[in-house]
Design a protein around this ligand. Structure first.
Ligand code: PAF
Length: 286
């Protein structure tokens, strides 16, 4: 497994891998867990070689967010990736990614608005910008992202379509189902911020979401189901709820009532030092 930190060796490594066959990219910010490894294993099903990027992207963190605290453990991450047979790790320095004088920003309107875009202003500009750079740097045939960041996936797909990025087709951006702990909590690097007590309480998030989904799918009023969801989270130990919304699964339009198309329940809530997000499918049974 090659580990590279700057663009020249990256280009040589990518050229060699691309000659051998299709190349998959799994973009990450490190602190890898089983969810990332699921992406890597899925990547292997779509390509001859797998590249993983590890870069804690400062442009997607707002003032007062957890950029400094975000776990950084490159050596451990690389050992995990070597165990998965990954061919290439692209771990750029901040200087390699954003050299002196860097001045370009990518902003995707529509799908970036509201939800995490509302509570984290500028976050999706940072994500779209770094992912566009990663696509140009690695030139993958496919790229894989976790569905846990549902809105992020929508932003990246929109950006790739709008900018005619070099991935062969839009289906080359593959969303992979959220990996969950036994109690249903979505796996996330930020779960590491939780104390044991908070970790137990955090399981109320998927439980409350499933309850709301049962209510909505059973024909209950959406606003009542979402209000109960928020109450359940606060009763379960969460300090606050950033949002709990029902949206059209693709266009992400906000819904006040159920529709006859795939929908998504999306939630962000704070517990201890962590802000946890999750989303689940909602389907009407008409
Ligand atoms: O999902 C993440 O880990 C990040 O937002 C990503 C896509 C690697 C961009 O920094």
């Amino acid at each position: 497994m090659q580990i590279v930190h700057s663009l020249d060796p990256l280009r040589s490594a990518v050229n060699a891998l691309r000659q051998a066959g299709p190349l998959a990219l799994v973009p990450t910010m490190g602190a890898l867990h089983e969810g990332h490894l699921t992406l890597v294993r899925e990547a292997r099903r779509h390509a001859r070689s797998v590249a993983v990027s590890i870069f804690v992207n400062p442009r997607q963190f707002g003032a007062g967010e957890d950029l400094d605290a975000y776990p950084r453990q490159l050596e451990r991450d690389c050992a995990l990736l070597a165990g998965e047979g990954v061919e290439l790790v692209w771990a750029p320095t901040a200087e390699a990614m954003y050299p002196q004088g860097y001045a370009t920003n990518i902003s995707v309107s529509g799908v970036s608005e509201g939800l995490c875009g509302g509570s984290r202003p500028g976050h999706f500009d940072g994500v779209a910008t770094v992912v566009c750079k990663l696509f140009n740097q690695v030139r993958p045939d496919v790229a894989l992202f976790g569905e846990k960041d549902w809105q992020q996936l929508a932003v990246i797909r929109r950006m790739a379509r709008d900018l005619d990025l070099t991935l062969p087709h839009v289906d080359a951006i593959i969303g992979v189902q959220t990996a969950r702990e036994e109690d249903g909590l979505a796996r996330s690097s930020r779960n590491a911020y939780l104390t044991p007590e908070q970790r137990g309480q955090a399981a109320s998030l998927p439980a409350a979401m499933r309850k709301a989904i049962t209510a909505i799918e059973g024909g209950g009023a959406v606003d009542a189901a979402l209000a109960t969801l928020a109450d359940d989270l606060l009763a379960g130990g969460f300090a606050s709820v950033d949002y709990a919304e029902l949206r059209d699964a693709q266009a992400l339009a906000k819904l006040d009532s159920a529709i006859d198309r795939p929908m998504r329940l999306l939630v962000a809530a704070r517990i201890g030092k962590a802000r946890l997000i999750d989303n689940m499918a909602v389907v009407t049974r008409t």
